[in-house]
Design a protein around this ligand. Structure first.
Ligand code: NAP
Length: 460
């Protein structure tokens, strides 16, 4: 079954769902298109009423939403609650600020006057991943609904209950039929949706492979797209870093959401002078985490999202070792029921090892020792990805200089890659293009129209 909810803590099937028939899919697209025809004419205040109401309801129902997520994809319950609250904040942020972000912008041509105005473009198709089952949805719903577009969303196969709960949230908030629609559809149906004339833009968050496939399809149809793809963020530790501050961030950066975060710290690049101390303390801290029930607040490490994700990650580690890497911590599944993996550190990952360019989507850290700051930057930039990254140093100006030289969409000094509603999120290279969140996130799927008035003589 393509849409199955399985608890990764114990492998039990919770619920499964049939995919939509083509006829059902068509009915949902008709409803979305119909809704757009009226929604695009609504005022910001009318849109904000529904989006802010969804934010409020989500804020009131944190425990219920978080519980569904933890059961379905194994996120530790306190992290799950944090995600629900953050999703509510994102919706509220756009309800409050969309009108200001999309206000007409005066231009200053040499002759006459001109302005840019922003208008919605239609039904937007979102394809979203399981690792942040609500936050990813809020990142598209907040801005694009407030801009006057409507949404049809294909969520990941392993989180159908979260997908359905989020759709229901909008119904409860008073959304008209067709404003926000969850589509339980196959990849082949998804291709048809991208091709469909009623769809005017495509927003995908997911793997590089999915991005290539869907961006190509959108391109063939000359439709705008935004791609939020994978990452292999560098965590640079310079010799003057404060390890008491750095180590907890290193652990959090790699282990938050059991390491299944696009902008997680994945490559630890440490200047030689401090490398032994860093590695000793990092290994000890990772080794102290214990697998347990993600619903139990005392648990320090949850399972991976699915058994297949675990199997794939273990294979990646084995392949890395077969090509010369060494495991100095973990490397195996935890012997107990559920899809758990020991926190793992790989060293000696040479440049010709396929792992060097891989994304490890789980609790696996690659450790690299470098001579100095320049070598750290060179190594950080030697990646197909360009999502985020961090640098740890006591000298903030030095941190800023390093941040400017790392070729990514985001850099963080003395903390790890993270997002806030107000700050644009996104990457370069294989990490994709376009930005979500902040002011930029609402500009992706709007028509920026130039309107000019100039009193000039008619041509003769
Ligand atoms: P994935 O396999 O690409 O799945 C993501 C979504 O794309 C799911 O809804 C999936 O549906 C769908 N999908 C995949 N191939 C498709 C196709 N050919 N046609 C239509 N839909 C397709 O990604 P994942 O491995 O689950 O998620 C983790 C990846 O997402 C990582 O690489 C991570 O770094 C990235 N990510 C990036 C960001 C960011 O903001 N940059 C944020 C979070 C995650 P099914 O489940 O039905 O296959």
């Amino acid at each position: 079954m393509a849409y199955s909810s399985v608890n990764p803590f114990n492998g039990k099937l919770l619920k499964s769902f049939d995919e939509l028939t083509d006829k059902e899919l068509e009915e949902k697209l008709v409803a979305a298109e119909k809704c757009y025809k009226t929604w695009k004419h609504t005022s910001y205040a009318e849109r904000a009423k529904i989006v802010a109401n969804a934010a409020k309801l989500l804020g009131e129902r944190v425990d219920e939403f978080a519980h569904t997520m933890t059961l379905e994809m194994g996120k530790r319950i306190d992290e799950a609650r944090g995600e629900v609250k953050f999703s509510s904040d994102i919706l509220a942020y756009y309800a409050k600020n969309a009108e200001r972000f999309l206000a007409p912008q005066k231009l200053n041509p040499t002759i006459g006057d001109a302005h840019m105005e922003s208008s919605p473009i239609g039904v937007i198709f979102g394809v979203e991943p399981w690792n942040f089952p609500y936050y990813q949805l809020a990142r598209v719903a907040g801005p694009h609904l407030m801009a006057g577009n409507v949404l049809v969303i294909k969520h990941a196969g392993c989180v159908p209950q979260c997908a359905i709960a989020f759709e229901k949230l909008f119904i409860d908030a008073g959304a008209p039929v067709g404003l926000y629609t969850n589509l339980l559809i196959s990849h082949a149906q998804s291709d048809k949706v991208v091709d469909d004339d009623r769809i005017k833009g495509v927003a995908l968050t997911g793997s590089v492979d999915a991005g290539r496939s869907i961006a190509a399809r959108a391109g063939q149809n000359l439709k705008p797209s935004s791609m939020e793809l994978g990452g292999s963020d560098a965590f640079i530790v310079l010799e003057d870093a404060d390890l008491d501050h750095t180590i907890p961030w290193a652990v959090w950066g790699r282990m938050y959401n059991t390491g299944q975060t696009c902008c997680a710290a994945k490559r630890f690049i440490v200047v030689d002078k401090i490398a032994d101390k860093f590695l000793e303390r990092f290994s000890a801290a990772l080794g102290a985490l214990e697998a347990g029930d993600p619903l139990d607040e005392k648990t320090t490490m949850g399972p991976l999202s699915t058994e297949s994700a675990l199997v794939q990650l273990l294979k990646q580690v084995d392949d890395a070792v077969a090509h010369g890497a060494r495991v100095i911590l973990g490397g195996k599944r935890v012997v107990r029921p559920g899809s758990f993996m020991h926190p793992t550190i790989l060293i000696d990952v040479a440049k010709d090892n396929p792992a060097f360019r891989d994304e490890f989507f789980g609790p696996v850290a690659m450790f690299f020792r470098v001579k100095d700051e320049d070598e750290a930057i060179e190594l950080a930039n030697d990646s197909d990805f360009g999502l985020g990254g961090s640098v740890f140093t006591r000298d903030i100006e030095r941190g800023r200089r390093v941040a400017s030289r790392v070729n990514t969409g985001m850099m963080f000094i003395n903390n790890i890659s993270w997002s806030d509603a107000e700050l644009p999120f996104g990457g370069v290279k294989d990490s994709g293009y376009g930005r979500e969140l902040g002011d930029m996130g609402i500009q992706e799927f709007v028509n920026k129209k130039l309107v000019r008035y100039a009193k000039v003589e008619a041509p003769v």
